[in-house]
Ligand binder design. Structure first.
Ligand code: ATP
Ligand code: MG
Length: 464
């Protein structure tokens, strides 16, 4: 038994002492058998929520209608959930009301997959009525009981199946896969928030490209309640699908499709190299050829926050502004030791100012991890270092920028107003922006004297 489980044992002892059967359950049991690090330790018990609350000094009623009480113990929190069934499902969604039961087996039976329906007792014995351990050994993801019933009860399980199969590198059992295909249209009953949460876990998890391949193979992306962008659905339907590719009308089209498809597949296969989930999203959107606006639309559909959308749009903005420049760079400069041309430098600096330093930095990281975003040939060995060289140039320019935002300037708006003897107005913002560009481009130093002089010169020519 792992340390995380051992630490929670006193909770099991306490409830058992009071006469309630109590076990570890779900993900922590599965991950213990696989020798993986545990995310959280969930406990299931025959005690009712009131009895759980009475048994411990420090509890929080986090989900009473589902039978869940959070117990705080030795600095950790544990979700303790009363054994329950979810007998009545409404419209392919999990019900809001549940029925408490005293049988552990009944509780395990309502769970989705065999590997998630195992329990472990305080003495370490496994309760595994549906063969979860066996399936794990064989590398199989399988629904508990009849797959059709499980997926009809809750269509979100279709996406959970994809997520778990990808993250744990499991094959989906044939009967479960066939049921997924039969029930995929019921994904239309699932709130987009829940779809969004699953998608986030898929892209942020181990082997996101396996998840992408399964979504594509099952045609699952065209089944959601709100339609996802056509580009995404279409690219997904092409992804790794040689049959459809072969059907392309003429030879040239076929070759082009194939190349695009390979590049997409290659880019998606590199996502795992990025530690941050949102960077993976940006890379995936870039690989799919989504424009910033379309990517924002996608995030909106998946109910992700505006802050996340804005960050994504900024990174894709940098990609859109810089990707065409790479082609120029590779042709003209990669092989020779020529100096970085001034106009390219200028374009990069202005791009940074437009989308912000954090987005520019993220885009550099993303491009190093997924170089095929810039070049179809990045995966071939023709010029393996062209992208690296390019990004090296850009990164060093980014790092040596004297100012990235107006706040970084060594002069304040008030000082400029005083010097110009003018009331605040749009002119001030424009002037500060001009000064920022001048400093960022290295034309003047970021010091009060030169800035005031430059400001005076700009005002003189009435350029703002
Ligand atoms: P992880 O936390 O690593 O994503 P987990 O297995 O702990 O994996 P949770 O979503 O935290 O997943 O759910 C805990 C347990 O609750 C699962 O192991 C499973 O037994 C059960 N469960 C969760 N969601 C569902 C569902 N939609 N249908 C059936 N059972 C579910
Ligand atoms: Mg969990």
């Amino acid at each position: 038994m792992s340390e995380a489980l051992t630490k929670a044992l006193p909770l099991l002892y306490k409830l058992e002492e009071l006469g309630y059967e109590t076990v570890f359950v779900g993900g922590c049991v599965r991950d213990t058998l696989l020798g993986k690090k545990l995310k959280d330790v969930d406990i299931a018990t025959a005690a009712t929520p009131e009895q759980v609350i009475a048994a411990f000094p420090h509890t929080v009623p986090t989900g009473l209608q589902h039978g869940t009480v959070t117990v705080v113990y030795e600095g950790e929190t544990y979700e303790v959930t009363t054994f329950r069934t979810e007998s009545e499902y409404e419209k392919f969604r999990r019900p809001s009301q549940v029925r408490f039961v005293t049988s552990l087996r009944e509780d395990l039976q309502r769970r989705d997959f065999t590997m998630n329906s195992m329990a472990m007792r305080a003495d370490g014995t496994l309760v595994d009525p549906f063969g979860g351990q066996d399936d794990l050994r064989r590398g199989l993801l399988r629904c508990v009981g009849e797959a059709d019933d499980r997926l009809r009860e809750d269509a979100l399980r279709i996406l959970r199946a994809v997520r778990f199969a990808a993250a744990y590198e499991l094959r989906i059992a044939p009967a479960t896969w066939r049921a997924i295909l039969r029930h995929r249209h019921q994904l239309a009953h699932i709130a987009m928030e829940r779809v969004g949460l699953e998608c986030d876990k898929m892209i942020g998890g181990n082997k996101p490209h396996h998840a992408a391949a399964l979504l594509a193979r099952g045609g699952l992306l065209s089944c959601t309640k709100d339609p996802l962008p056509a580009e995404l659905v279409e690219a997904a339907s092409l992804y790794g699908d040689s049959v459809r590719l072969a059907r392309a009308s003429d030879k040239q089209q076929q070759r082009q499709n194939q190349q695009q498809n390979q590049q997409l597949a290659y880019s998606i296969s590199q996502l795992h190299r990025l530690p941050d989930g949102d960077d993976r999203w940006a890379a995936a959107c870039g690989a799919l050829g989504l424009r910033a606006g379309q990517a924002v639309e996608l995030f909106g559909l998946l109910k992700y926050s505006t802050a996340r959308s804005e960050r994504l749009a900024a990174i894709l903005g940098v990609l859109e502004a810089m990707a065409p420049r790479f082609i120029y760079f590779r042709e003209k400069h990669a092989s020779s030791a020529q100096e970085w041309p001034a106009e390219e430098h200028r374009h990069w600096i202005l791009t940074i100012l437009r989308f912000g330093q954090p987005a520019a930095k993220s885009w550099c990281d993303i491009t190093i991890a997924v170089p095929s975003l810039l070049s179809v040939r990045a995966e071939a060995d023709e010029q393996p270092t062209a992208v690296d060289t390019y990004i090296d140039f850009l990164r060093s320019a980014l790092q040596s920028m004297a100012a990235g935002t107006i706040k970084d300037l060594a002069v304040k708006g008030k000082e400029l107003m005083k010097m110009a003897d003018l009331q605040p107005g749009p002119w001030l913002g424009r002037l500060l922006q001009r000064l920022l560009e001048t400093v960022a481009l290295g034309e003047i130093t970021n010091e009060k004297g030169p800035l005031m002089a430059k400001a005076a010169a700009i005002l003189e020519t009435n350029e703002v």
